[in-house]
Design a protein around this ligand. Structure first.
Ligand code: FMN
Length: 346
C-alpha cells in the first residue's frame, strides 16, 4: 500500500505519518514493534524504567522489527529518579535513533543525540516553547493540546495550538491530543502538522500493557468522561493531567474538592504493583495488567479521544487502518473542492 509522505516521514524515515505516542508503562516492545511493522513510529516510554531495563526493552524491540522506533524521556526531575542524560546515553549506546523529550528543556540533550546521528523530538504546549525547542536544535516538535490524555503540557486545545506552532517553527510538527482516527490525522495535516501522535487510541490495542478494567473503561468512555486537573499528584506534584472520571475523583468532588492534605481517603492504599509496592489513592500510578486491588480507583489516564476509541485491534492493524482512514478523509476533502470547482458558475 502506498505511504503518505510528509516532512515528518522524511525526517523519521517512516511510511506513514503516524506515531504511537509514549504512554508510560503501557508501552512495550510488542506495541512499538507492531506499529513499526506497519510503517509508523513505535515508542517506548522509559522514564519510569531503569537504564538496565531500558536497554533490555530496546534490544527486544529491535529483535522484533525492522521498522522505526524511538524512546521518550520526561525531562522534569520531579517525575523520576534517573537523570535524563543517563537514560538517553543508555538508549544511544543500544543504537536508538529517535529520542523524544517532554516536560522540560532539550538544550542539554540535543547534541548528545545528534552527535550519534540521532533525531530529537520535543513536546511543547505553546508557540513560544516550540520556538525555544527549535532554537535548541531539535529536529521536530510535538504540539500537545489540552485534550490529550496523561500528563498534559498545554492549556490550549490542539485545534488552535497546531497552526500556531506550525507558523512558529521551520521543523516538522507532530500534532498530539484528541486524535483517534484518520479524520483527526487529516485534520491535523490540514492545520499545518506533518504527522499525528496518538496515545489514548493505542492504549486500546492488543499489545498495550493496560489492565483489562482500564481498557474497558477507555472503550466505554464518551468524549465527556474525562477530568483535567492536578488531583492525582503523588509522585509528580503540580503537573496537570487528564484521566477518566472514577470513584476517587467523584468522592473528592462530592466532598467539595478540598485541597491536598484534606482530601477523602488520602492515607488509603487502594492497590498494589506486581512487586508488592502499595499504590496510594492519589498516586500517579499506571494501571498495567499486574496491578491488583481497586484498579478503578487509581488514575485511568486517557484523553477526550477515548470517546472515539471503540475496538481493540492489533497495533499493526490500527496503524494501517489509520493510514487508510487518513487517505479517505483527505480524498473526501479534495472531492469537496473538486465538486465546487466543477459547479455551475453564478
Ligand atoms: C496512559 C498514558 C501515559 C502517558 N505517558 C507519557 C509519557 O510517559 N511521556 C510523555 O511524554 N507523554 C505521555 N503521555 C502523553 C502522550 O504521549 C500523548 O501526548 C497523549 O496521549 C496524546 O493525546 P491522546 O491521548 O488524546 O492521543 C501519556 C498519555 C497516556 C494516555
Amino acid at each position: 500500500m502506498a505511504g503518505i509522505e510528509t516532512p515528518l516521514t522524511d525526517v523519521l524515515d517512516l511510511d506513514v505519518p503516524v506515531v504511537q505516542a509514549p504512554i508510560g508503562s503501557a508501552t512495550c516492545p510488542e506495541l512499538a514493534a507492531s506499529v513499526a511493522d506497519a510503517g509508523g513510529l513505535g515508542m517506548l516510554a522509559v522514564t519510569w524504567r531503569s537504564p538496565e531495563r531500558t536497554r533490555e526493552l530496546v534490544r527486544e524491540t529491535r529483535r522484533s522489527t525492522d521498522g522505526r522506533f524511538g524512546v521518550n524521556v520526561v525531562v522534569d526531575d520531579d517525575a523520576k529518579s534517573v537523570p535524563t542524560a543517563d537514560h538517553v546515553a543508555a538508549c544511544l549506546d543500544e543504537g536508538v535513533e529517535v529520542v523524544s523529550l517532554s516536560f522540560g528543556d532539550a538544550d542539554d540533550i540535543v547534541d548528545l543525540v545528534q552527535d550519534e546521528g540521532g533525531v530529537v523530538l520535543q513536546s511543547v504546549g505553546s508557540a513560544d516553547a516550540a520556538r525555544e525547542a527549535a532554537e535548541a536544535g531539535v529536529d521536530a516538535v510535538v504540539a500537545q493540546g489540552w485534550e490529550a490524555g496523561g500528563h498534559v503540557q498545554s492549556e490550549v486545545a490542539t485545534m488552535p495550538l497546531v497552526p500556531k506552532v506550525a507558523d512558529a517553527v521551520d521543523v516538522p510538527v507532530v500534532a498530539a491530543g484528541g486524535i483517534a482516527d484518520g479524520r483527526g490525522i487529516a485534520a491535523a495535516l490540514a492545520l499545518g502538522a506533518d504527522g499525528a501522535w496518538l496515545g489514548t487510541r493505542f492504549l486500546a490495542t492488543e499489545e498495550a500493557r493496560a489492565h483489562d478494567l482500564y481498557r474497558e473503561r477507555v472503550l466505554d468512555a464518551d468524549e465527556t468522561d474525562t477530568y483535567f486537573g492536578t488531583l492525582f499528584d503523588e509522585g509528580w506534584p503540580g503537573v496537570p493531567h487528564r484521566v477518566l472520571r472514577n470513584s476517587t475523583l467523584e468522592r473528592w468532588q462530592d466532598a467539595g474538592e478540598p485541597p491536598r492534605g484534606e482530601r477523602p481517603g488520602e492515607d488509603e492504599v487502594v492497590a498494589e504493583t506486581a512487586d508488592g509496592d502499595s499504590i496510594a489513592r492519589y498516586e500517579d500510578s499506571l494501571a498495567v495488567p499486574e496491578v491488583t486491588g481497586d484498579v478503578e480507583a487509581i488514575p485511568l489516564y486517557a484523553g477526550q479521544s477515548a470517546g472515539l476509541t471503540e475496538s481493540v485491534p492489533s497495533a499493526e492493524t490500527l496503524t494501517e487502518r489509520l493510514a487508510e482512514e487518513t487517505r479517505t478523509a483527505l480524498n473526501r476533502t479534495r472531492s469537496l473542492l473538486d465538486a465546487s470547482d466543477s459547479g455551475p458558475e453564478t
